[in-house]
Write a protein that binds this ligand. Structure first.
Ligand code: THU
Length: 134
């Protein structure tokens, strides 16, 4: 599915909305993500922390794993929303790269203002991908 201006708007609104479901009692840093699949579906997710700190999971991976666990493999775009338009962590960039380097990644703040827009390839130059294993 092509990323039309309408879909981009929908993705941004979704990523902002889903921050309300963030479970971040420790960091208080609420992250929301939305994901457009090639099939045209939109998935969303928020970060989930844990009293055993390392067990928490970023919003980007929650969202990607929700989609992948429902059979999705091809992704067009991901929007990530935080208060201050923080960038995705290295682990999330690697998980994004597993499913392709061309996905667009758009970083917005809590008002929906776009602060950064690129592709997974830009975010993770020289990525180790499934192709490296065969
Ligand atoms: N976090 C994300 O959800 N995505 C990122 O890319 C960076 C960090 C979460 C993890 C943790 O719950 C909180 O933000 C503070 O690191």
């Amino acid at each position: 599915m092509q990323l039309t201006p309408d879909l981009q708007k929908q993705l941004i609104e979704t990523a902002i909305q889903v921050r309300q479901w963030s479970y971040a009692p420790y960091s208080k840093y609420r992250v929301g993500a939305s994901l457009l699949t090639a099939s045209g579906k939109i998935y969303d997710g928020a970060n989930i922390e844990n009293a055993v700190y390392p067990l928490g999971l970023c919003a980007e991976r929650v969202t990607l794993f929700k989609a992948v666990s429902e059979g999705e493999r091809d992704f067009t775009a991901m929007v990530i929303a935080t208060e201050n338009a923080g960038m995705p962590c290295g682990s999330c960039r690697q998980v994004m790269a597993e499913f392709g380097l061309t996905m667009r990644v758009i970083i917005v703040d809590a008002t929906g203002k776009i602060h950064h827009e690129s592709t997974v390839a830009d975010l993770l130059p020289g990525a180790f991908t499934p192709k490296d294993l065969i």
